[in-house]
Design a protein around this ligand. Structure first.
Ligand SMILES: *Cc1c(COP(=O)(O)O)cnc(C)c1O
Length: 370
C-alpha cells in the first residue's frame, strides 16, 4: 500500500462535528476570500449587511421548503448548541407555569436534558429505558402523558446509543411535542405540524458547529416571562429574525449551502431517506450475518440510520478493529466513552462508497478474526 498523503480525505465516521458534503466545502473554499459581489469575505461582513441578511433568509427558506415548515412556525438560528436548548425549553415553557413537563428518557442526551429541566420546574419521566442500557424506544402503549403537561420532550435519535424513533411518539393534542433532532435533522421528511419545538445543533447532520436551528410554533413564543435573560427568551429571536444579537454568520452560511445541496444534488428528503436506509442496511446486514462476531447495541426495531453502534467479542479485538480500519482510511469509529464499542456515524454527507468500504472491511475483519 502506498503511503497516504496527509492532505487526502479519509472516510470520516465521526459522530460530530462530522462529515460535510464535498461540493459544499468546495464552494466555501472558492468563496472564502471574497464572497461574490461583496468585496470581502463573509467572515468579515456585518450581520446587518443586506447580502448576509439575504443569506440568512435563504437558509431559512431552504429549510422551510425541505421540511414543509409553514407560517405557524418560526425558524431561529441560535448559539449555545443543543445543550443550551436543554435549558431554554424549560425556561420558556415550564418555569413559573405550575405545570409538569414529561420526558421520554431513551439515552444519554435525553438524560442530560432532564437534569437541566429539573432546575426550572417539575419534571416527570414518562418513560425510562435506562434499565435496558438504552437499547430501545417506547412502543405507543408504553407510557402516559397527562393532558395538562407543559410539553412532551424526546430525543429522536440518541447519538451515543444509536437508538432512533421510527416516527413521532404519541402525544395528547393539548400538549406541545418537543424534539431534540440534533443527530437526525434532515435525514428524512417530517410532519412539522406535529411539533411544538424541533431543534438541532448543526454539527452532526446539517453543517458546522456554532449554530442551532430551532423550529418553534409561534403560539409558544409568548409563554416565556419578560424576566428571562434576553438571550434565553425565544420571542426576542423570533421578533428580530435571529438578529437580536450577532448570529453565527459563517455557520448559517454553510448550513444554507448544505440545505441547497440536499434540495438540488440529493433531490430532497425522500431521496435522502432512501439513501440513508440503503447505507444503514449495508452495515446492519454485516452485523446480523456475522454469527455474533458483531453485536448490535440497539434492538432491531429501534436501530438508527445515522449512528450504527456495535461491539466485538472483547476489548482487544475492538482496539485492533479501530486501528486496522484507520489503516484502510476508515477513521473515527471508536464508540463514545460512556458506552464503549464501535460507532459508525453515517450522516447524510457520508457517501455510499464510504459505507461500502466499511461494510467490506467489517466482513473481512470478521472472517480473519472470528
Ligand atoms: C451532540 C448532541 C447534543 C449536544 O450538542 P451540543 O451542541 O454539543 O450542545 C445534544 N443532543 C444530541 C442528540 C446530540 O447528538
Amino acid at each position: 500500500m502506498t503511503a497516504t498523503a496527509t492532505n487526502q480525505r479519509a472516510y470520516n465516521f465521526s459522530a460530530g462535528p462530522a462529515v460535510l458534503p464535498v461540493p459544499v466545502l468546495e464552494e466555501v473554499r472558492d468563496e472564502l476570500l471574497c464572497l461574490p459581489g461583496a468585496r470581502s469575505s463573509l467572515l468579515e461582513m456585518s450581520h446587518r449587511d443586506k447580502q448576509f441578511v439575504d443569506i440568512l433568509h435563504d437558509a431559512e427558506n431552504s429549510l422551510r421548503s425541505l421540511l414543509g415548515i409553514g407560517d405557524d412556525h418560526a425558524v431561529l438560528f441560535l448559539q449555545g448548541g443543543a445543550a443550551l436548548q436543554f435549558s431554554m425549553i424549560p425556561a420558556n415553557l415550564l418555569r413559573g407555569t405550575g405545570k409538569s413537563a414529561a420526558y421520554l428518557q431513551t439515552g444519554t442526551w435525553g438524560k442530560k436534558a432532564i437534569a437541566e429541566a429539573k432546575k426550572e420546574g417539575d419534571v416527570s419521566i414518562a418513560y425510562d429505558a435506562s434499565g435496558s442500557n438504552f437499547d430501545h424506544t417506547p412502543g405507543s402503549g408504553d407510557y402516559n402523558v397527562p393532558d395538562d403537561a407543559a410539553y412532551l420532550y424526546y430525543c429522536s435519535n440518541e447519538t451515543i446509543q444509536g437508538v432512533q424513533f421510527q416516527s413521532e411518539p404519541p402525544c395528547p393534542g393539548s400538549v406541545p411535542l418537543v424534539c431534540d433532532a440534533s443527530s437526525d435533522f434532515l435525514c428524512r421528511p417530517l410532519d412539522m405540524e406535529k411539533y411544538g419545538i424541533l431543534y438541532a445543533c448543526a454539527q452532526k447532520n446539517a453543517g458546522p458547529a456554532g449554530v442551532t436551528v430551532v423550529v418553534i410554533k409561534r403560539d409558544l413564543l409568548g409563554i416565556g416571562s419578560d424576566k428571562l435573560p434576553g438571550y434565553l427568551n425565544y420571542k426576542n429571536h423570533a421578533d428580530n429574525d435571529s438578529e437580536w444579537n450577532t448570529p453565527p454568520t459563517f455557520a448559517i452560511y454553510v448550513l444554507g449551502k448544505v440545505a441547497k445541496w440536499l434540495a438540488n444534488d440529493v433531490g430532497g428528503l425522500d431521496a435522502m431517506e432512501q439513501a440513508n436506509r440503503t447505507k444503514a442496511s449495508l452495515l446492519y446486514d454485516v452485523i446480523d450475518g456475522s454469527g455474533r462476531f458483531y453485536t448490535g447495541h440497539a434492538r432491531p426495531e429501534s436501530r438508527s440510520i445515522m449512528n450504527v453502534t456495535f461491539t466485538l467479542p472483547n476489548d482487544d479485538l475492538q482496539s485492533k478493529f479501530i486501528s486496522t480500519a484507520a489503516e484502510h482510511d476508515l477513521v473515527n469509529l471508536k464508540g463514545h466513552r460512556s458506552v464503549g464499542g464501535i460507532r459508525a456515524s453515517i450522516y447524510n454527507a457520508m457517501p455510499l462508497d464510504g459505507v461500502k468500504a466499511l461494510a467490506g472491511f467489517m466482513s473481512d475483519f470478521a472472517s480473519k478474526n472470528a
